[in-house]
Design a protein around this ligand. Structure first.
Ligand SMILES: [Zn+2]
Ligand SMILES: [Zn+2]
Length: 196
């Protein structure tokens, strides 16, 4: 824990390692190495967070678990000034920094590290760039070979798509017709189905 009011003008540098840091659901970061530097700046604090870790994640196309190496560097200004937070950025020296709402007087270093990892993780991790995804009809993992399902007619939505059409889903890449995008959507739909 870091008591912001007790920081000296030279700031504070902390670092550490964690064998495992839980994220959301069953996911976790393994072999985490992190460092945090916090420096008072008037009523605000400058924060620099660096970290590297292995993320136990799930491919967004084929839903297979895999390890993704992550490395982050994040610098921002923590402030409790609502006007500054609303402006969104603040020039400090030669740098233009994002401003993050930080009303706490005591901050937990691992919570800050975890938050920065969550912000910098890919929304749709892929086990490999050329991941083939799942068959939208039978659910077979196409990375392990094709199935015998007839090819999808683009005009006819799958039964799953019809079932999901009442739900409001937002996707990163909603451009229709792009093959990779539609596979991502289908895999996402499959994931949603599994979670229901
Ligand atoms: Zn995959
Ligand atoms: Zn199939």
């Amino acid at each position: 824990m870091i008591e912001l009011a007790k920081l000296g003008a030279e700031g504070l540098r902390l670092e550490g390692t964690e064998a495992s840091l839980p994220l959301e659901g069953k996911e976790a970061l393994r072999d985490l190495h992190w460092s945090l530097f916090v420096l008072p700046s008037g009523a605000d604090v400058f924060l620099e967070i660096r970290g590297r870790a292995t993320w136990d994640c799930t491919c967004s196309r084929c839903l297979e678990p895999f390890d993704q190496e992550l490395q982050i560097t994040s610098q921002f200004l923590g402030s409790k000034d609502p006007e500054l937070v609303a402006r969104g950025s603040h020039a400090l020296g030669t740098q233009d920094l994002d401003v993050v709402f930080l009303p706490e007087t005591v901050i937990d270093e691992l919570t800050q590290v975890r938050e920065q990892f969550l912000l910098h993780m890919p929304m749709h991790p892929l086990c490999k760039d050329e991941c083939q995804g799942l068959c939208p009809r039978c659910g077979k993992n196409w990375n392990k070979g094709r199935c015998n399902c007839p090819p999808e007619s683009p005009k006819e939505p799958s039964a799953l798509a019809k079932a999901l059409s009442g739900l409001k889903l937002t996707f990163d890449n909603p451009a229709p017709g792009a093959e990779s995008a539609s596979r991502v959507r289908e895999a996402d739909a499959g994931k949603l189905d599994l979670e229901l």
